[in-house]
Structure formats: structure tokens, C-alpha cells
Design a protein. Structure first.
Length: 197
């Protein structure tokens, strides 16, 4: 039990690396699958362009809004810049997971449809692997952010555990802010697409 307690951060970082590695591996595998005929690819490109425009606009808005809590956390003497940097790390990792997840999802649509021509099993295989990319990256990047930032604070900067945990609150806040924006924006985007259809 002492070995685990002494190396818990290293264990968390290894688990994060494994999750991210599987996410990257599934993404590479997915992109090697046949994308379908020309009509499917044309529709897929239109979906990709729409999703890219949506993400670009959403992340520009989030970046503008995130400046306020970043500065507020940094300038507030009880929390300080360690918490503000944690906020930035959490927001960045959450945005990265959302960006990759959305891009993989829109690229998997036509590949799943193409695989369905060969049967249910190949289509489910493509769909499940594509869907697992987002989950693996959310877990992997979240764990990497928490364990990595904790290690930087306590191991490299030699901060106290109490100070490090306070700074990790900023990381959780940053990740949550991006998630809320993605959830609200995604719901609005989906409803607009339904109305447009």
C-alpha cells in the first residue's frame, strides 16, 4: 500500500497516457477506414465545414469570456495566479477534448455509413470506436491535467499540498466552464439545425 501512496501521481499520469494513447490509436484507425462514395464525402465535408465554423465561433466566444475569470482569479489575493493558471490548464484541456471529439464525430459519420454496407457488425465497430475517442480523451486529458498540474505544483515548485489543492480548484473551474459552454452551445446549435431541416 505504501508503494501506491508514494507513486499515486505517477500512476495517474500513466493511466492518463494510456487513455490518450488509446484515443489517438482509435482516431488513426478511424481515419484509415473508407470514407464512402463521392456523394457521402460531399455531405460529410458540408457537415465538417458547419461543425468547424461552429467550433471556431464557440471557442472565440469562450476565449473572450474566460479572460474575466482568469484575471479575477489571478488578482484575488486569497487564490492567486496559481489558481488562475490552473483555470487556464483546465479550460485548455477541456477545449482540446471537445475539439478532437467533435472532429472525430463528424468524420465518423460517413465511415459508419460506408461500413454499414458490409453489415451491422462493421458499422457498430466504427461507431463505437469513434464514440469512445471523446470519452477516452476527456478522461485522459482530465487526469493528465489534474495529476500533471499537481506534480508541477508540489514536485517542481515545492508548494504545500494545501496550496496545490486550492490551485486545482481553478483547474476544475476552467474545465467546467468549457463544458457548460459546449453543452449550452451544442443544444442551441442542434435545435437550430433541426429547425433548419
Amino acid at each position: 500500500m505504501d508503494f501506491f501512496n508514494d507513486h499515486v501521481v505517477a500512476f495517474a499520469l500513466v493511466c492518463a497516457a494510456v487513455a490518450i494513447g488509446f484515443g489517438i490509436g482509435f482516431t488513426i484507425w478511424l481515419l484509415r477506414q473508407p470514407p464512402g462514395d463521392e456523394r457521402m464525402q460531399e455531405i460529410g465535408r458540408a457537415i465538417q465545414e458547419g461543425a468547424a465554423a461552429y467550433l471556431r465561433r464557440q471557442y472565440m466566444t469562450i476565449a473572450a469570456v474566460a479572460v474575466v475569470p482568469f484575471l479575477a482569479l489571478g488578482l484575488y489575493s486569497e487564490l492567486g495566479w496559481g489558481t488562475a493558471i490552473g483555470f487556464l490548464v483546465g479550460a485548455t484541456f477541456s477545449a482540446a477534448a471537445g475539439f478532437v471529439g467533435m472532429n472525430v464525430a463528424v468524420r465518423s459519420n460517413m465511415r459508419t455509413a460506408e461500413a454499414a454496407k458490409s453489415g451491422l457488425r462493421p458499422a457498430l465497430n466504427v461507431a463505437f470506436r469513434a464514440g469512445s475517442v471523446t470519452g477516452l480523451l476527456v478522461v485522459g486529458l482530465g487526469l493528465l491535467g489534474v495529476a500533471g498540474y499537481y506534480y508541477v505544483l508540489t514536485g517542481l515548485l515545492d508548494n504545500s499540498q494545501e496550496s496545490a489543492i486550492r490551485d486545482l480548484i481553478g483547474l476544475a473551474f476552467g474545465g467546467s466552464l468549457i463544458s457548460v459552454f459546449a453543452r449550452l452551445g451544442g443544444g442551441i446549435y442542434t435545435k437550430a439545425a433541426d429547425v433548419g431541416a
